[in-house]
Design a protein around this ligand. Structure first.
Ligand SMILES: C[S@@+](CC[C@H](N)C(=O)[O-])C[C@H]1O[C@@H](n2cnc3c(N)ncnc32)[C@H](O)[C@@H]1O
Length: 191
C-alpha cells in the first residue's frame, strides 16, 4: 500500500466511513466468536467491528506490513483479550484449518496480487458454516485513477471473478452486491 493510502486509512474520516457505511452494510448475522481479519491496516475496521459486535470474543487483526501492525496494536490496546494484532502474510496464513467463524477482508484483496491464493487460504481457516465477508473495488476509471495517483501495485477484481473463485472453492450462499460507494461491492460466502 502506498504512503498516501496508508495515511488516508488512519484518518477520522476513514473511521466514520467504517462505522456508518461499511460495518452495518457488510456484516449481517452473527460473526463471532472467533474472527480473523486479513490486511487490517491501521486497525480502523477492527475497532468498529468490535464496537458493534459483542458476539466477537477473539478478533485477530493481521497485516503483512509491520508498521500497520504496530498501529493496529495501539488501536486495539484497550480491548484486552478480545483483540490482537499480528504480522501475517495473507497468502500463507499460519493457522490450522477450521480455526475461525468469520474471516474479514476489508478493501485489501486487490492489494495482494495473488488474490486467488489469499481467498483459498481464507476459506481453509474457516470452520464449516463459517463466513468469508468483506468488500473490494472492481476495475474502474476511478480505481485506476486512485492507484495511479498513489502508485500502488494492485490487481483489481471483478465481482464476477470473485464469485467464480468462491464457487470453485465450494463456498455456498454467495452474495456479491454493490455497496453503494465508489463502485465498491460487498461479498459474503459460507463454507
Ligand atoms: C487499503 S488497506 C485496507 C486496510 C484496512 N482493511 C481498512 O479497511 O482500513 C490494504 C491493507 O492490506 C495489506 N496487505 C497487502 N497485501 C497483504 C498480504 N499479502 N497479506 C496481508 N496484508 C496485506 C496492506 O499492508 C494494507 O494495510
Amino acid at each position: 500500500m502506498s504512503d498516501l493510502e496508508s495515511v488516508f486509512c488512519r484518518t477520522p474520516m476513514w473511521r466514520v466511513a467504517a462505522r456508518r457505511l461499511v460495518v452495518p452494510r457488510v456484516l449481517e448475522g452473527p460473526v463471532g466468536p472467533r474472527v480473523l481479519e486479513i490486511g487490517c491496516g491501521s486497525g480502523a475496521m477492527a475497532v468498529e467491528v468490535l464496537r458493534a459486535r459483542r458476539d466477537v470474543t477473539r478478533y485477530v487483526a493481521t497485516d503483512v506490513d509491520p508498521a500497520m501492525v504496530e498501529l493496529a496494536s495501539r488501536q486495539l490496546a484497550d480491548l484486552g483479550e478480545r483483540a490482537e494484532a499480528r504480522q501475517v502474510d495473507a497468502t500463507g496464513l499460519p493457522y490450522e484449518d477450521a480455526t475461525f467463524d468469520t474471516v474479514c477482508s476489508w478493501l485489501m484483496l486487490h492489494h495482494t496480487i495473488e488474490w486467488e491464493r489469499v481467498v483459498a487460504d481464507a476459506v481453509r481457516v474457516l470452520r464449516p458454516g463459517g463466513r468469508f465477508v468483506g468488500y473490494d473495488l472492481p476495475d474502474s476509471r476511478l480505481s485506476r485513477a486512485v492507484h495511479t495517483l498513489t502508485r500502488s501495485e494492485v490487481r483489481m477484481i471483478a465481482a464476477d471473478d470473485l464469485v467464480a473463485e468462491l464457487g470453485r472453492l465450494g463456498m455456498r450462499e454467495l452474495v456479491v452486491e454493490p455497496l453503494g460507494v465508489a463502485g465498491a461491492y460487498r461479498f459474503s460466502a459460507t463454507r
